[in-house]
Design a protein around this ligand. Structure first.
Ligand code: ZN
Ligand code: FE
Length: 239
């Protein structure tokens, strides 16, 4: 399995997962159709599945056009049946979604939205975290509670340390400033920030991150109780 990172809109990332044994692919959170179509056409692969982490427009914007063009199958959380355009396959918490050679465990991780999920490709050791876990940050709490977001992040934290994290936005630099302000003695963070700066300087994405890096550097994962977490989330909203 190979993952291609496709920048969309201002700062979104869509991801194309390619099974090179048969040239079929999934796209995760297509913000818009055009960059995905451009890539698919160039590579001559078949876009069979569209996976959505949540219903926000910058994660589902390409669903309709891509489905129309490729007859792709749209996979999303069952409770968001009326919010995810063109949804075909309804998945739920802890379910294993398996199709062709793709196999992912679904985590229902509310907080950013009530119906947010992640796709954990446990055999390949990568996870798509949408707008729940970012590199060095976490999503804003729009529909859920602080407790839900805290619990959702704690679930992701348990994954093997070498799991690669593919998140929904390139927010890492801004997130790093916040972490650095409130965790200024963290040497792992300093090292991570210099890696981030190097990547950005060369016009490269800062994703994927890893569970290991995020455990060491992400202040929201380092918060070990709900009160601290909630305080940090409030501070970040006004940062
Ligand atoms: Zn969102
Ligand atoms: Fe988003």
């Amino acid at each position: 399995m190979k993952i291609e990172i496709i920048p969309c809109l201002q700062d979104n990332y869509s991801y194309i997962i390619i099974d090179e044994s048969n040239n079929t692919a999934c796209v995760v959170d297509p913000s818009e159709a055009k960059p995905i179509i451009d890539f698919i056409n160039k590579k001559n692969i078949y876009l069979k599945y569209i996976l959505n982490t949540h219903h926000h427009f910058d994660h589902i914007g390409g669903n309709r056009d891509l489905k129309k063009k490729y007859n792709s199958i749209v996979v999303g959380f069952k409770n968001d049946i009326n919010r995810i355009p063109e949804i075909d396959i309804l998945v739920e918490d802890n379910q294993i979604w398996k199709a062709d050679n793709f196999e992912a465990k679904i985590f229902h991780i509310p907080g950013h939205t009530k119906g947010h999920i992640s796709f954990y490709f446990f055999k390949n050791k990568f996870i798509f975290t949408g707008d729940t876990l970012f590199s060095l940050g976490c999503g804003r709490i729009f529909e859920g509670t602080y407790k839900e977001m805290f619990d959702s992040l704690n679930r992701i934290k348990q994954l093997p340390k070498d799991t690669k994290i593919y998140c929904g936005h390139e927010y890492t630099l801004q997130n790093s400033r916040f972490c650095n302000k409130y965790d200024s003695n963290n040497l792992n963070l300093k090292k991570k920030i210099s890696e981030i700066n190097n990547k950005l300087k060369n016009n490269l994405p800062t994703v994927p991150s890893t569970i290991k890096d995020e455990l060491e550097c992400n202040i929201f994962l380092r918060a070990n109780n709900l009160e601290t977490f909630s305080k940090l989330r409030d501070l970040k909203d006004n940062f």
